[in-house]
Write a protein that binds this ligand. Structure first.
Ligand code: 0L1
Ligand code: MG
Length: 262
């Protein structure tokens, strides 16, 4: 690590305040080009520590930048990982106040819920599928705190991978008998399809994103506990939304989920 604890705490406060006060900031590597990957995840962890200290709870984990569409959109080539806390959760069909966010975008995601713990190194899609209780469709709302969604990988990791809200719905579908690679994914904005893809867009198989998360945590001596909800990453590029927009995600065999921006 290249940053000291005081700098990490200051950057965590800077990024969390941008989230809570809804204003953009410049990517933090501009002022701290020496920042390394461990510094980036340490800032992310410090933001979580601040939220837990105020009584919030972790309700899930996420992998991001797991599809070629997203990687191309953001000009990067490596997945990133983050956490989801209680107030990020929005009920299926529920409203999201656009003015509580900076410049939100939506992503269609295949969501996993585990029934057994997963720990790397060496976690693979077979272990993930054996440990999966069910999958379901989820809309992730991302809202980078960086100006114009312009960042590099270390800056976005520190910003908890742009996480802000998520909506889960559809059916709790067991993975036995499902080929997650060929599941069709259609996201509609105001009744028009705006993003179309299939599960294989996520690292060749969405379970590979969960395995990558387990291996990332394993390298830090941590695991994915049983009963964890995990967003496996946007199947397509993210779509910008405005007040009044109604978003519906339909995933073959898994059902649909929707939200409205007001
Ligand atoms: O969930 C995601 O794929 C977001 C990862 C962070 C990059 C972004 O803001 O698009
Ligand atoms: Mg995502």
């Amino acid at each position: 690590m290249n940053l000291n604890q005081q700098t990490i705490a200051g950057l965590a406060e800077h990024l969390e305040s941008a989230e809570l006060r809804r204003h953009e900031v410049i990517k933090i590597t501009e002022a701290h080009p020496e920042m390394d990957w461990d510094d980036a995840y340490a800032i992310q962890a410090e933001i979580l520590r601040r939220k837990l200290a105020r009584g919030h709870k972790v309700v899930g984990l996420k992998a991001g930048l797991t599809s070629h569409g997203k990687m191309k959109q953001m000009g990067v080539s490596t997945p990133v990982f983050g956490w989801l806390v209680d107030y990020f959760s929005v009920a299926d069909g529920g409203e999201i106040k656009h003015d509580q966010l900076i410049h939100p975008k939506v992503e269609p995601e295949i969501v996993f819920v585990t029934k057994k713990a997963l720990k790397g190194p060496g976690c693979h899609i077979g272990a993930v599928l054996a440990a999966t209780d069910f999958v379901m469709p989820g809309i992730e709302i991302i809202d980078s705190r960086y100006k114009d969604f312009k960042f590099d990988l270390k800056s976005v990791i520190a910003d908890n991978c742009s996480s802000t809200r998520f909506v889960l719905g559809g059916q709790m579908t067991p993975v036995a008998g499902l080929d997650l690679r060929t599941l069709g994914v259609v996201m509609e904005k105001n009744g028009e399809p705006v993003a179309i893809g299939a599960g294989a867009a996520v690292l060749g198989h969405p379970a590979a994103a969960i395995a990558a998360l387990a291996n990332h945590l394993g390298a830090r001596g941590e695991e994915i506990p049983a009963g964890t909800m995990i967003l496996s990453g946007g199947v397509t590029e993210a779509i910008a939304v405005n007040p009044g927009d109604h978003i519906t995600l339909r995933i073959q065999s898994l059902g649909s989920v929707s939200t409205r921006f007001v």
